[in-house]
Design a protein around this ligand. Structure first.
Ligand SMILES: [Zn+2]
Length: 260
């Protein structure tokens, strides 16, 4: 059984690498008093290294400026089916935070990031107004109300050119921005044209496969899925007939029956 233990360890290691890749966190500023803020250039470098591979090349310089001007904690997370990004206003000791799904294509990633930055800017404006006048002077803006729409349009304006977006996205995006909705995926035209740039990916989670399905894990061994034991599935290696316990969330590729 030593062999099985080693494989199990490898599986766990590979899974934790996968998770790490999706939870890159940019701690752009420290909220604690007395802790020095990173210098502006280091700050920009950090944004560049994390966002660089995820954005259209010609959008990077502008994004670095937009984020540096109003720093925020930014987290790139695993895919969520319910949303592609979110914004959380600062609360007590917790700074304002944006999360964006790491699996988005560069164009969808940019639109989502700027959508969330617009929430951040509306929130900053609101807080400043409250401090300047009185707490009763201004009611809280609606999440996707006029203030947000105007900010989103303004923040998107530097990117609305063919150097950033391909020619099939650009006109659809400009039309969408005339009256943007809460979610870009709610806009049929826009989500359809953005989808064209999604990488083809056959990866599924083990739990999504039917009982007895044949699959590969990281393109190596071939297994057959058996019953669930708490958080893992019993899987039989097709070459050795050995049994392994594989995490329900493991990224796998289904092999059509007969092909394995
Ligand atoms: Zn929103």
């Amino acid at each position: 059984m030593l062999h099985a233990t080693i494989i199990q360890k490898n599986v766990t290691a590979l899974l934790s690498n996968k998770i790490k890749r999706f939870t890159l966190q940019l701690s752009l500023f420290q909220q604690k008093p007395g802790v020095a803020k990173p210098s502006a250039s280091r700050f920009g470098e950090k944004i560049r290294s994390v966002l660089g591979p995820r954005l259209p090349v010609n959008a990077l310089g502008e994004i670095v400026e937009q984020i540096s001007a109003n720093p925020i904690s930014l987290k790139i997370v695993r895919q969520r089916t319910s949303k592609s990004g979110d914004f959380r206003a600062p609360h007590r000791d917790t700074p304002a935070r944006i999360t964006v799904n790491g699996n988005l294509n560069p164009y969808a990633f940019l639109i989502t990031l700027v959508h969330e930055l617009a929430h951040h800017h509306v929130n900053l404006d609101h807080t400043r107004t409250m401090l300047k006048f009185s707490f009763r002077r201004k009611t809280k803006p609606l999440p996707h109300g006029q203030e947000w729409k105007t900010k989103f349009q303004l923040l998107m304006s530097p990117y609305l050119n063919s150097g950033v977006f391909p020619n099939d996205i650009l006109p659809v995006l400009m039309l969408y921005l005339q009256n943007p909705k809460a979610s870009s995926s709610a806009d049929h035209q826009l989500s359809r044209v953005l989808k064209k740039y999604d990488p083809a990916d056959a990866t599924m989670r083990l739990e999504e496969l039917p009982f007895d399905a044949v699959f590969t894990l990281h393109g190596r061994r071939i297994f057959r899925k058996k019953e669930k034991l708490r958080t893992r599935f019993r899987c039989i290696c097709m070459h050795t007939n050995r049994i392994y316990l594989v995490n329900a969330g493991a990224p796998v590729e289904l092999i059509p029956e007969g092909a394995g």
